[in-house]
Design a protein around this ligand. Structure first.
Ligand code: NAG
Ligand code: NAG
Ligand code: NAG
Ligand code: NAG
Ligand code: NAG
Ligand code: NAG
Ligand code: NAG
Ligand code: NAG
Ligand code: ZN
Length: 325
């Protein structure tokens, strides 16, 4: 009964109640694939926030990253629980998995409080030849980017409430880069996740029978979640509200090339006839406007040539000392 209720609420949520990060109905008609409404037009067609000065995504310039000792580890709750995946839906411009925000939450990592985990979705390019991450690092774009959307606990799991409040720390989004690999093993959870795509080929489709199969942790395998970038930014879709504390992890998730290809060959954009596969559903990088990206003290910008030469010499020196000890 409880389960049924949860599923019903989550379906209702996807359909009408919660204008999520992705609900275009409550905002202007924007898109990714037409020159009249693609992201270059958003500052004009959704000028209230998309024209702001703290927009996302950004290009992270590693040599400009500042050390921040406050960026401690996160505490993840429910990320190891396979009952938290409530439904998966095609929302017309991405694929969204609704998560059980009664079970999943994050804190730590210098976030101002506890955040409940509402959903995750993805941004991608076209197959394995066109990259589609939103954030870039030193100009490098990755094949895909996964966003886990967390909402401050004071909003009771309602992303809409945080958006309505226009609270600068209302959301904490965790961004993960995904790269291709030929290795099949280790991608079992990604295999299961992508197998649901054929059930949601059309905009508005959702399917709920995805429980007890995958955990959030299993999709994030290979990422050391103590190493990340932090900056203040926005939603990457209209209305682009500047309400997001962004965390972008340095390590990448490795997913088999064949599975990556499924995203751009299975699910269709909304309002297209004949249907057009969702491809290149990412926003281009935005200006920094004086913002600073910070990261852990021990892993800031890569050492310069001189510094690394110095390091090598020091290591050699220490090694020689032990030899003659
Ligand atoms: C965006 O804002 C800037 C200044 O804040 C202004 O000069 C510009 O006209 C605005 N552009 C649009 C499309 O609203
Ligand atoms: C770290 O936290 C302290 C206490 O909240 C604050 O004063 C300081 O500015 C923070 N440092 C950085 C780099 O954000
Ligand atoms: C995506 O790639 C396929 C071939 O791999 C091509 O047919 C299609 O036109 C591309 N779509 C876009 C939007 O570039
Ligand atoms: C696209 O992603 C691949 C794999 O991570 C990378 O090797 C390549 O440099 C990227 N291309 C661009 C233009 O960033
Ligand atoms: C969240 O729930 C608490 C207690 O149930 C309530 O007092 C508060 O108004 C709710 N806040 C929102 C934003 O819904
Ligand atoms: C997905 O569709 C397949 C048939 O195409 C069906 O066998 C399967 O039960 C569906 N899965 C879900 C989760 O709806
Ligand atoms: C889901 O988790 C439960 C409880 O930890 C476990 O008994 C079950 O085997 C898990 N299911 C799968 C498919 O991993
Ligand atoms: C993760 O990164 C931290 C910080 O660099 C490091 O101390 C820790 O050993 C790493 N954990 C693993 C499992 O590699
Ligand atoms: Zn996103």
């Amino acid at each position: 009964m409880w389960l049924k209720h949860k599923m019903f609420v989550s379906l209702l949520c996807l359909a009408v109640l919660c204008p999520s990060v992705y609900d275009a109905a409550s905002v202007v008609e924007w898109c990714y694939h037409k020159p009249t409404c693609d992201y270059t037009t958003w500052p004009k067609i959704a000028s209230q926030y998309c024209n702001g000065s703290k927009q996302s995504p950004i290009n992270i310039v590693t040599s400009d990253v500042k050390a921040n000792p406050n960026l401690t580890s996160f505490i993840f709750t429910g990320f190891d629980d396979n009952s938290t995946f409530l439904s998966i839906g095609n929302v017309g411009d991405s694929v969204v998995v609704n998560l059980d925000s009664d079970v999943m939450k994050i804190k730590g990592g210098d976030l101002p409080g506890t955040y409940t985990t509402a959903q995750f979705h993805l941004h991608w390019g076209n197959g394995t030849s066109v990259n589609g991450s939103e954030h870039t690092v030193d100009g490098k774009q990755y094949p895909l980017e996964l966003h886990i959307v967390n909402v401050h606990s004071k909003y009771n799991g309602s992303v809409k409430a945080a958006v309505t409040a226009n609270d600068p720390s209302g959301l904490a989004v965790l961004g993960f880069f995904i790269e291709g690999t030929n290795v099949a093993s280790g991608s079992k959870s990604w295999e299961i996740l992508t197998s649901f795509l054929s059930n949601i080929t059309n905009s508005g489709d959702t399917t709920v029978d995805i429980m007890n199969k995958i955990t959030m942790d299993s999709l994030l395998e290979g990422v050391n979640r103590s190493k990340y970038y932090r900056y203040e930014g926005s939603l990457t879709t209209p209305n682009c509200n500047e309400i997001v504390i962004w965390t972008v992890f340095k390590d990448t998730i490795k997913v088999n090339y064949e599975l990556i290809r499924l995203f751009s060959t299975t699910v269709n954009f909304k309002n297209t006839s004949p249907n057009i596969f969702i491809t290149k559903n990412f926003r281009g990088v935005q200006g920094m406007n004086g913002r600073i990206v910070t990261s852990q003290v021990t892993s800031t910008a890569p050492s310069s040539g001189i510094a690394s030469t110095f390091c090598i010499l020091m290591k050699l020196f220490t090694f020689l000392l032990t030899m003659f000890d």
